[in-house]
Design a binder for this molecule. Structure first.
Ligand SMILES: Cc1cc2nc3c(=O)[nH]c(=O)nc-3n(C[C@H](O)[C@H](O)[C@H](O)COP(=O)(O)O)c2cc1C
Length: 266
């Protein structure tokens, strides 16, 4: 729904999966007012609205919604359109503004990202805390679009987004910094913290980002590491796509759970 080049009918498998899960929730007597279920229903409604606007038949979804009387819409699904100007102003505000103005951006302009901007973001992110200040992280920046396409084909989580992507970051942490069995998860924890700082730093410096998973099959991981010139000791944390915002930025609503749902004071 966010892509400029609209792919009508796209994602049918996922839509069917959502409908199956809603069906399952109904049969299991789950609370249909739950935020996540309501968001799933809202996504279906948005999908219908978008397709009807473009004269594309999605009656199978409409029938499903009618059958289960799910026409009420919380409008928590779908996309938001915001001007680049607005985002760039907000990211320079306080931390709360920055946090709520970071979105996963999946379409960029073709303008290159200056090397200095990436270096500045890494400098800011390097203040990330790490166990015993070991700073096990490394950043590999790929600017070669054909290599980006190869890597993203293996990663397979972004469907065509790599076409115009001119900057891809791979974050790794080295196991060489961790010697003890009790530290077996630390490379992921410190790497994850650093990755988040880098996402915020890049956002603060005015560019769009999208975190991309590096959950690869072992054989694919070996290939990716080879292509990036990484060693066996390097632990792939994740990728980050980086690019300049388009004038009008579209991103999914990505609703969040309420604080009361996730907090437990003891
Ligand atoms: C570790 C990690 C891996 C992710 N991998 C992907 C991915 O492969 N493809 C994608 O489109 N988005 C990916 N995302 C982005 C999430 O979908 C996104 O963060 C989430 O939907 C919340 O939206 P927001 O970032 O706009 O707040 C990833 C995010 C994280 C943190």
């Amino acid at each position: 729904m966010i892509h400029k080049k609209l792919r009508l009918g796209y994602g049918k498998e996922k839509i069917n999966k959502i409908m199956d899960l809603i069906d399952y929730s109904i049969k299991s007597n789950f609370d249909l007012n739950d935020d996540r279920i309501q968001t799933a229903i809202s996504v279906l409604n948005e999908y219908v609205r978008l397709h009807e606007k473009n004269n594309y038949d999605v009656s199978y979804i409409k029938e499903f919604l009618l059958l289960h009387e799910l026409k009420k819409d919380t409008f928590t699904g779908g996309i938001i359109e915001e001007s680049k100007e607005n985002i760039l102003r907000n990211v320079k505000g306080n931390f709360e503004d920055l946090s709520f103005s970071r979105h996963s951006i999946r379409e960029f302009t073709t303008d290159p990202i200056p090397k200095e901007l990436i270096e500045n973001a890494i400098r800011i992110a390097s203040k990330t805390p790490s166990v015993c200040n070991r700073q096990a992280w490394s950043v590999t920046v790929v600017k070669d679009n054909s290599l980006i396409k190869e890597l993203m084909k293996i990663q397979s989580g972004i469907n065509g987004m790599a076409e115009n992507m001119n900057t891809l970051i791979a974050i790794t942490t080295s196991y060489e910094y961790f010697g003890n069995i009790h530290e077996r998860n630390q490379a992921f924890i410190d790497g994850g913290l650093f990755a988040m700082s880098l996402l915020y730093a890049l956002t603060y410096l005015g560019v769009g980002t999208c975190a991309l998973n590096a959950n690869l099959r072992i054989s694919d991981e070996i290939t990716v590491k080879e292509k990036l010139g990484l060693s066996n000791a390097d632990n792939l944390i994740m990728f980050i796509a980086v690019g300049h915002y388009q004038e009008t930025v579209k991103y999914p609503k990505s609703n969040r759970d309420s604080v009361t749902k996730i907090v437990n004071f003891i």
